[in-house]
Design a binder for this molecule. Structure first.
Ligand code: HEC
Ligand code: HEC
Length: 325
């Protein structure tokens, strides 16, 4: 916060509190010069106003609130750049990456500052870590249970679903059916492979698609339309056959990634273009847009954030979605 904002916030906060105090004092003074309980002469719809003071309990509550907020503002951050005498922090400020976050947390620990998020994570691991380990390890406590086995375990998939809802639903949807640009995880159609190992690898390390370049500049507008017609025809869609044929002649530049038959390549994350399942939409306009402007989806890596035990459990949950027994 710059100095002006800091002063602005401080003045507004303190001004409001002292304003309340002034109002309270002003209201508790009898300015009518009348006896308590005497009618003031104001009547509204037959109800007349008496000269009664504010109830005592109400005024005390106000006083308590004012004292509380002043003590709070001294102890905790709130007044502009003043950090409060306890030095409390809710999170690491100005952090842009996980590495920076770790470094900032370590520095805070060394200086003996309190970082609440960090402490809560450590505590959560003490409480729930053992439960996760019990679900994902064999009885020996060392080797992981097979993902396909955990996927059959009702209790484990329930916990996996919780983890999913907390970490993955914002992109893949709470029902895991995905959205535009975010793949459906329930349909057995995989960009990067649906084996237990492939799914786990996707979650552990993330996936950054090799990148589908923008082909518009190279193909020209006509070329884009022809190739789009051919691509749509692969899913059995009705298109102009002459255009599709011209598109097929150009498909050689696509085949390196999407395969000669257009069935895709999971090693590159290149989607199957023949199954009428579309990551970015199957309308003619959307397919043309994919070809003209390129696409580059990124699935974040989770190992460093969640740890391998939870990732193993998540992989089992995702596996269970398209492999119901
Ligand atoms: C910020 C958004 C985002 C979040 C959060 C996210 N993902 Fe993804 N995920 C993606 C995108 C985008 C892709 C597709 C990448 C691509 O285009 O190749 C993807 C791909 C995947 C795939 C591969 C799908 C396939 O067809 O091969 C799996 C599995 C997956 N995510 C699981 C998860 C799980 C489990 C979580 C939670 C731990 C998660 N994702 C959280 C964006 C996200
Ligand atoms: C370098 C490899 C590569 C080449 C070459 C390539 N693509 Fe792609 N293509 C991809 C990848 C990877 C994706 C998925 C991008 C993502 O996940 O964000 C993709 C996505 C697409 C999509 C979107 C599919 C969907 O489900 O929404 C279409 C359509 C497409 N490509 C068509 C083409 C056509 C036509 C060509 C040739 C002109 C071509 N691609 C050339 C790698 C490639």
């Amino acid at each position: 916060m710059n100095t002006f904002l800091s002063i602005f916030v401080t003045v507004i906060s303190l001004g409001t509190i002292f304003g309340c105090l002034t109002l309270l004092i002003w209201c508790t003074k009898d300015k009518m010069g009348m006896e308590e309980g005497a009618p003031t002469g104001h009547t509204f719809d037959g109800i007349s106003e008496l000269n009664n003071p504010l109830p005592k309990w109400w005024s005390y509550m106000f006083v308590f609130m004012i004292v509380f907020s002043l003590i709070y503002l001294v102890l905790y951050p709130g007044l502009g750049n003043f950090k409060g005498i306890l030095g409390w922090e809710s999170s690491n400020q100005d952090v842009r990456s996980l590495e920076e976050s770790r470094a900032a947390s370590a520095a805070a620990r060394e200086e003996g500052r309190l970082v609440q998020y960090e402490r809560e994570m450590v505590k959560a691991d003490e409480v729930f870590g053992a439960k996760f380990r019990e679900l994902v390890y064999e009885a020996d406590g060392e080797t992981y249970r097979a993902i396909a086995d955990i996927a059959q375990d009702k209790e484990a998939t329930k916990v996996g679903q919780r983890l999913y809802l907390q970490n993955c639903a914002q992109c893949h949807g709470s029902d895991a059916r995905g959205a535009r640009g975010f793949p459906n995880l329930t349909d057995g159609d995989w960009l990067w492979g649906g084996s237990p190992e492939a799914i786990k690898h996707t979650i552990v390390a993330g996936r950054k698609s090799a990148g589908m370049a923008a082909w518009g500049p190279m193909l020209g507008e006509e070329g884009v339309q022809e190739v789009a017609s051919y691509v749509l025809s692969l899913s059995g869609r009705k298109v102009d056959p002459v255009e599709a044929q011209k598109g097929q002649a150009r498909f050689g530049i696509c085949a390196g990634c999407h395969g000669v038959d257009g069935k895709g390549n999971q090693a590159l994350g290149a989607p199957n273009l023949t199954d009428n399942i579309w990551l970015y939409g199957g309308s003619r306009a959307a397919v043309e847009d994919s070809i003209r402007n390129g696409r580059a989806g990124v699935m974040p890596a989770w190992n460093d954030i969640l740890g391998e035990d939870k990732v193993h459990l998540l992989a089992s949950y995702v596996y269970s979605l398209s492999n119901e027994q």
